[in-house]
Design a protein around this ligand. Structure first.
Ligand code: NI
Length: 226
């Protein structure tokens, strides 16, 4: 399931992030690639743990922790500190899969990547190409969203970034370990949550709202690790 999360950041926050990104030092994106993806990865990144990456990463994590749609869709347990990439001059990232488990730099901890996230920092009019293309069992899905918007997709999917043939594509990418590991179970919970919210808006006093909410929480209780 691919979920689009609009307006994760305000226009002002996007502007601040772009200022930092445009004056930062970038390094070859191969630094965080696994041995299979390094062959197809051709982009630049902010160095992991650099002051710029940390400042912008904290801003993103803070925004996500207050975003109800993100929380409903991801049921996050741990979020990898956001990384940042830049594509221009034909740069691209060919079809690959993200590593299943990532060490958290400078700590003894690891995070399992259940979901992958891409948060866009350039508007689609600023560049040509650069679509994120995700393959899942229901076919191929494409995302190229306005600055400040984010897409979430199962980290188990093969995916790629099309060559950027004009302008510059700035984005943040990171992974989420979910309380609900199974993508199918998580998708059912998300669908149920959204439907309950619709019913609660249309018929706030209907007795079934509280009963359905009870079912939702009991499913989370059954399936969640935390
Ligand atoms: Ni990837």
């Amino acid at each position: 399931m691919m979920v689009r999360i609009p307006d994760v950041l305000t226009a002002e926050q996007v502007r601040r992030c772009r200022e930092v990104m445009e004056s930062a030092e970038w390094v070859d994106g191969a630094v965080t690639a696994g041995h299979q993806s390094v062959k197809t990865k051709n982009n630049m990144q902010l160095p992991e743990g650099s002051p710029a990456a940390r400042e912008l990463g904290d801003l993103i994590i803070d925004a996500l922790s207050r975003n109800p749609l993100f929380i409903a869709a991801a049921l996050p347990l741990k979020i990898f500190p956001p990384l940042f990439n830049r594509y221009r001059d034909g740069e691209t990232f060919g079809l690959h899969v993200d590593n299943a488990v990532r060490p958290l730099r400078g700590t003894p901890y690891r995070i399992r990547s259940d979901l992958s996230a891409t948060l866009f920092f350039a508007d689609p009019t600023e560049y040509d190409g650069g679509e994120l293309v995700v393959e899942d069992t229901y076919g191929t899905h494409t995302a190229k969203l306005p600055a400040g918007h984010m897409v979430l997709y199962p980290a188990s999917s093969l995916h790629r970034v099309e060559p950027v043939t004009r302008g510059t594509r700035f984005a943040s990418f990171f992974w989420i370990q979910s309380m609900v590991r199974d993508d199918g179970a998580r998708s059912l919970l998300f669908a149920l949550d959204m439907a309950i919210q619709d019913v609660a808006r249309a018929m706030p006093d209907h007795a079934s709202v509280v009963r359905l909410t009870n079912v939702y929480h009991n499913l989370v209780r059954r399936w969640a690790d935390c």
